[in-house]
Write a protein that binds this ligand. Sequence first.
Ligand SMILES: Cc1cc2nc3c(=O)[nH]c(=O)nc-3n(C[C@H](O)[C@H](O)[C@H](O)COP(=O)(O)OP(=O)(O)OC[C@H]3O[C@@H](n4cnc5c(N)ncnc54)[C@H](O)[C@@H]3O)c2cc1C
Length: 390
Amino acid sequence: MSEHVDVLVVGGGIHGAGVLQAAAAAGHSALLVEERAPASGTSSRSSKLIHGGLRYLETLQLGLVRESLREREILLRVAPQLVKLTPFFIPVYDATTRPPWKIRAGLSMYAALGGFDRDDLFQRLPKREWDQLDGLETRGLRAVFRYFDGQTDDAALVRAVLASARELGARVEHPCSFLAAQRTDSGYRVRLRDERGEREVACATLVNAAGPWIASVQRCITPRPLCFEVELVAGTHLELEGALERGVYYCEAPSDRRAVFLIPWKGRTMVGTTETPYRGDPAAIAPLQSEIDYLLDTFRHYMPTRPVAQLDAWAGLRVLPKLPGNAFSRPRDVTFTYDDESKPRLVAIWGGKLTGYRATAEKVLASLAQALPQRAPRADTASLRLPASN
Ligand SMILES: Cc1cc2nc3c(=O)[nH]c(=O)nc-3n(C[C@H](O)[C@H](O)[C@H](O)COP(=O)(O)OP(=O)(O)OC[C@H]3O[C@@H](n4cnc5c(N)ncnc54)[C@H](O)[C@@H]3O)c2cc1C
């Protein structure tokens, strides 16, 4: 076996791409293998928001919100062509579960966690401006708040991060499947399969960034590392004809009061998302008719005069690991597991957010530092501009 790399990454979604870029930026030789095509999993089926996550304030996940807002600012700087600040409108009706004072308090806390940056300013819109909001229902409307958050093209972001990693010397292979890995004295011996057949690669460290397939990858590693029971939760989005002009609308679904976004997206309107437990093959995930009806009902409820022509519908999978100690724990933050807590050579990335991919990748690299050789860093991912076209 002649091939050897410092870091071998399984999975070409945003997390795998981020780790590959961070590894190459730190001066390491790095290889990413992706079974299908880059961004073919969850990372092309998200709500495409680069945001702190206003609703995580209610569960007091302040660290997650603060880090996400910090990452949003970094991405606005390093990928201005891909990450844009967009106005978000929160309409508050008689039936809305959160009253205006609560929304104001939440937005104030959001601004504080963002460091009262200019991007964190929010406003209660005067009533005279309500009729300029893309046809938003005004019956029963009590207040509309506007704040700013980020929007991106998730698949293009993955491609840009991979391109950046390549520019720093990393390699990406697809379609190429991870089949198995065996622990050795100096790392792992990994069996891969591509169109030419099977081969083995030696690596000092291995990163499992296989998203919804994470548990099946863990099960192919010897000795078997810690593997959580995972709950996969499907989220569907619709694409409707015609774009919203003013920005994103942050609404409550009339039937169950869950948050649903109405999002302008490449000349169309995206509506999402849902949360439906899923037990099948991750590759076979598809929207259910009940989810489509739920989203259409929500759109019609808030935009009653707009025509509704559905052009597309797609679904992605959240990975919610059940952590030991609490069978019902389903954190939205990322969780890491290691083969060896004192000197890890294997890290698995459970869950996480598109927004936090860069911080997540840097944490993965830091946890592997002891097992990696000393190299001269090539770049800092917090200031390295992502390539413009991909
Ligand atoms: C509906 C929905 C909306 C969301 N909206 C947002 C949002 O607006 N903002 C935000 O910040 N986050 C959002 N998220 C979260 C975010 O999208 C995910 O955390 C992120 O995309 C996960 O990326 P990943 O790289 O871990 O997984 P994936 O993107 O799924 O990538 C895993 C990759 O591994 C590959 N793979 C699997 N097995 C193998 C193997 N054996 N060999 C080689 N390759 C393999 C797969 O083909 C796949 O490409 C959302 C998630 C969902 C489900």
